[in-house]
Write a protein that binds this ligand. Structure first.
Ligand code: HEM
Length: 584
């Protein structure tokens, strides 16, 4: 066939079935083209001269086929020139340990040791059989490539593996286009700037949770499930205001939403395969239990919003000036969303509550999880409690002194003391006070660096992509980042002994808990870096500060269980018992 269609000078033609079909297809297309053109009378044939038609037509057809042959020959020539280039390097599959059928077991036994072996054996990009998938793992600078290339998508990976998009979208009516990034703009424009204002409420909620959850413990008290205390701190007031969040049904909704979500997603079971999680979410999106939770929020919010409207009307009638009006309006996220209803394109209150539910799902679980692990690190490294407590006292002493001086200065000038300088708040655990606690910040960054699971940040290739080393990730290819390479084996970024937990290693380095980069990825990086990390930082700092101020000792009831919580592991929600001993 190739001999007939192509001259001897033609380059060799690949002989797969597809390549043979191409010329036949093009010849057929040519014939059809001629026939259709004839019917439409739109070509150069002389229809009026019937006797010459068949000859002219045949000549034209042969001409057309000749042209097509030439095109095909040219394209195959190009093909062959291209195929002379070296084939892209293959991505090596890491060898399996004798007796293992996948890499899961070896990875779970010691994440860093396993990934160091992978990298030594196969280089920075390799394939693993893990989580019941074949996944390409990228290390070192290739992690940056994965994060900064928009064609590798985290949300698409989660959607492909678990169908999260469909499930979450069943909770909202507007802003379903992920690129609209409504959550991001709410967090960045309203939540983060308002964080200092929410602090007093956060402290109050957490203190109450501690009193309820631990109670008096001068002699030491066992708390079987410490995560339960921390989850009571859920940020309900920040999102929906104290009036709504104080409703016990709403508080329960916040907590239960996370339980529902974790259950549907199978977050509590490391052995659930992704297809089961995917199926669960697909099935549940029709009868999404969280939809009822959204309705509960909406029902609880309705009377509160009506009351807020009445108050606004009253202020306007009273002719309140702008500062008073602004001061007396609520500053929670619910109010901000109502104020910008049209701008965000919300449909109704239920839609707003759906968006709040999404915020809760992204924020509450992550913050509770991080706070709980920080408390476990306090228990595993008891000297940290002493240092952090000392720092807290020094910072609060300094702030108290400064405020006393400011009051004295006002009095000496015959000025009234402003309400902000009320001595009752001199030793508040304010956002400003937390910012001064550099040991605390270093401790938290170090905990996040050491605890974050070594294989994380699923990404999926939206189309075929070539990495800078020439390796090709095919369309729909799944990828994971090897954080061992940048967190545990990277003394250039983290200083000596990077594999060890050293809580004060970042003091004086300007590397704060929220400062992301390719050497520190608990919050991701690039366009989709976590926008909630500033809130997470403030909340986790509040939890740790309260813990060290209230308790002299926090200990594992069974020290053998410490290892299970000092490093996160996909699907593992272990919460071993702790013994709390109060300061007084
Ligand atoms: C310690 C707590 C937290 C951790 C470890 C964490 C971690 C992450 C990570 C790894 C990502 C994905 C980044 C990427 O794809 O590159 C992310 C995204 C996100 N996080 Fe967080 N997060 C935390 C707390 C929060 C909080 C408190 C909020 C909300 C107030 C929040 C809201 C979000 C949102 C909306 C995204 C999606 C960003 C986007 O796709 O553009 N997170 N977070």
């Amino acid at each position: 066939m190739t001999g007939i269609l192509y001259a001897d000078t033609s380059p060799p033609i690949p002989t797969n079935a597809f390549s043979l079909l191409v010329p036949i297809f093009l010849a057929l297309v040519s014939i059809a083209y001629v026939a259709i053109s004839k019917m439409l009378g739109m070509h150069h044939f002389h229809f009026e001269r019937q006797q010459s038609f068949s000859r002219t037509c045949l000549a034209s057809l042969v001409n057309t086929i000749d042209q097509q042959r030439k095109k095909i020959a040219d394209s195959f020539h190009d093909y062959n020139i291209r195929s002379d280039k070296p084939r892209p390097p293959t991505i090596p599959m890491v060898s399996l340990r004798p007796g293992d059928k996948t890499h899961d077991k070896e990875y779970r036994e010691n994440q860093d040791k396993f990934l160091t072996r992978c990298q030594t054996e196969s280089g920075p990009v390799f394939k693993l059989l893990i989580h019941r998938l074949q996944i390409t793992v990228v290390s070192d600078e290739f992690i940056r490539e994965m994060f900064l290339n928009e064609n590798f998508s985290n949300i698409d990976a989660l959607n492909e593996l678990m169908g999260v998009k469909t499930f979450l979208h069943s909770l909202i009516k507007s802003g379903k286009n992920h690129d609209a990034r409504i959550q991001n703009s709410i967090i960045l424009e309203h939540l983060t700037p308002g964080l200092p204002k929410y602090q007093a409420e956060m402290v109050r909620a957490l203190e109450a949770a501690l009193v309820d959850g631990v109670g008096p413990c001068v002699q030491g008290k066992v708390v079987e499930c410490p995560v339960a205390i921390i989850q009571d701190m859920v940020a309900g007031t920040v999102f929906m205001g104290a009036e709504v969040a104080s409703n016990s049904k709403v508080l329960e909704t916040f907590i239960m939403s996370m339980h529902d979500f974790a259950k549907i997603l199978g977050l509590n079971d490391v052995n659930i395969p992704f297809w089961r999680r995917w199926l669960n979410l697909k099935l549940n999106h029709f009868n999404n239990p969280l939809k009822h939770r959204v309705q509960t929020l909406s029902e609880a919010a309705t009377p509160v919003i009506l009351e807020r409207r009445r108050c606004e009307a009253r202020l306007i009638n009273e002719g309140a000036d702008a500062p008073r009006f602004i001061k007396e309006r609520p500053h929670d996220i619910l109010q901000k969303m109502l104020d910008r209803f049209d701008e965000y394109g919300f449909v109704d209150l239920e839609d707003i509550c759906g968006h709040i539910m999404l915020l809760i799902l992204t924020s509450v679980h992550t913050t509770i999880d991080a706070s709980t692990s920080m408390v476990y690190y306090l228990a595993a490294y008891p000297e940290t409690i002493t240092v952090l407590h000392r720092e807290q006292l020094q910072v609060l002493d300094a702030i108290q002194q400064e405020r006393q001086q400011e009051r004295a200065s006002s009095l000496s000038k015959g000025l009234e003391i402003s309400p902000e300088l009320d001595p009752a708040h001199d030793r508040d655990l304010s956002a400003a006070a937390l910012k001064r606690m550099v040991h605390l910040d270093s401790f938290q960054r170090e905990v996040l660096r050491c605890r974050t699971e070594a294989l994380t940040h699923f990404h999926m290739a939206r189309k075929e992509n070539t990495l800078s080393n020439g390796m090709v990730i095919p369309k729909y290819g799944m990828m994971l980042a090897n954080l061992t390479s940048i967190h545990a084996n990277n003394s250039a970024a983290h200083g000596p002994n990077p594999a060890k937990f050293q809580p004060w290693r970042y003091i004086g380095t300007f590397k704060t808990m929220t400062k992301v980069g390719v050497d520190y990825l608990p919050f991701g990086m690039g366009k989709h870096v976590c926008p909630g990390r500033f809130m997470a930082s403030q909340q986790t700092k509040t939890v740790v500060s309260l813990m060290v101020s209230k308790f002299e000792k926090i200990e594992f009831q069974d020290l053998g269980q410490a290892a299970s919580v000092l490093r996160t592991q996909h699907g593992n929600v272990a919460s071993p018992a702790l013994v709390f001993t109060s300061r007084e």
